[in-house]
Design a protein around this ligand. Structure first.
Ligand SMILES: O=c1ccn([C@@H]2O[C@H](COP(=O)(O)O)[C@@H](O)[C@H]2O)c(=O)[nH]1
Length: 232
C-alpha cells in the first residue's frame, strides 16, 4: 500500500547503523525516506534496498547534473533500483531533462517520479547574485520550473515559499517537493527559504522533505507524529 503522508524524512547520517536505528522507530505509513549524496556515497544501493525491505518508499536525492546521456543512464539505474522518486538539476537544461524522461519510458508504470531541482532552499538572493543571476529566487524558480514542465517531468524541488505561485502557473498535477520545512521554533540551520509544515500544506505543497527537525529530535517518532497530526 502506498504511503499517504506528505512527509519525506531526510536520512543524512555518517553511520548506517545510526540511520537504521532511527528508521526502526519510524513507520512506512507515516513517511517516506530520502537518501541523499552522503549516505549513498558511503553505503550505496544496498542501503536503499535495506530501507525498501523495511517497507519504505525511497526518494533517491542525488540531483543528477551532467550531459544528457550520462543523466539518462543514471536515472535508468535508479529506476532499476526500484526507487519511488529520483531527481535531476533543472539547470542541466531541457535536453538533459528530456533524456532523463525518455530513459524512464521502458519502466512504464513502475518508473519512479522524476522531478527537477530549481533553486536550492539553502539559497537566498545574495547567493543568486554571486552567480550572476539577477532574478529573485522566486523568478529563477519559476523560470526553471517552466523548463521542467515543458520537458514533461512530474514536478520540481523548490521551497514552499514558491508553492502558491507554481501551482497557479503549472496546475495541481505538477508536483512540488519542498525541503526547508521547519516546525515553529525549530532552528533554520543552513536553510534560507523556510516554511512551517502547516503553512506549506496551505500553500499547496505535495511532499515535504524534513531532516534534522525529526532526525535530531530527542523523540524522532514523536516529532514525526506531531507534524503528521498537524497536517491531518
Ligand atoms: O533545495 C534543496 C534540495 C535538497 N535538500 C535536501 O533536503 C534535506 C533537508 O534536510 P533538513 O535537515 O531538513 O534541512 C537535506 O537532505 C538536503 O540535502 C535541501 O535541503 N534543499
Amino acid at each position: 500500500m502506498s504511503c499517504r503522508s506528505p512527509v519525506i524524512v531526510a536520512l543524512d547520517f555518517e553511520q548506517q547503523q545510526h540511520a537504521l536505528n532511527l528508521v526502526s522507530q519510524l513507520d512506512p505509513s507515516l513517511c517516506r525516506l530520502k537518501v541523499g549524496k552522503e549516505m549513498f556515497t558511503h553505503f550505496g544501493p544496498d542501503f536503499v534496498k535495506a530501507l525498501q525491505q523495511r517497507g519504505f518508499e525511497v526518494f533517491l536525492d542525488l540531483k543528477f547534473h551532467d550531459i544528457p546521456n550520462t543523466v539518462a543512464k543514471a536515472v535508468a539505474a535508479a529506476a532499476e533500483l526500484g526507487v519511488w522518486m529520483v531527481n535531476v538539476h533543472a539547470s542541466g537544461g531541457s535536453r538533459m531533462m528530456q533524456a532523463a524522461k525518455e530513459a524512464l519510458l521502458p519502466f512504464g508504470a513502475q518508473a519512479p517520479k522524476l522531478i527537477a531541482v530549481t533553486v536550492l532552499t539553502s539559497m537566498e538572493q545574495s547567493d543568486l547574485t554571486e552567480l550572476g543571476i539577477m532574478l529573485t529566487p522566486a523568478q529563477q524558480v519559476q523560470k526553471l520550473a517552466a523548463l521542467t514542465a515543458a520537458a514533461g517531468l512530474d514536478g520540481v524541488v523548490c521551497s514552499a515559499q514558491e508553492a502558491t505561485l507554481l501551482k497557479q502557473q503549472f496546475g495541481q498535477q505538477f508536483q512540488l517537493v519542498t525541503p526547508g520545512i521547519r516546525p515553529a521554533n525549530s532552528a533554520a540551520d543552513d536553510q534560507r527559504r523556510v516554511m512551517t509544515p502547516k503553512a506549506a500544506q496551505l500553500a499547496g505543497v505535495d511532499y515535504m522533505v524534513i531532516g534534522r527537525p525529526i532526525t535530531k529530535a530527542a523523540d524522532p517518532l514523536g516529532a514525526l507524529k506531531a507534524i503528521v497530526d498537524e497536517l491531518a
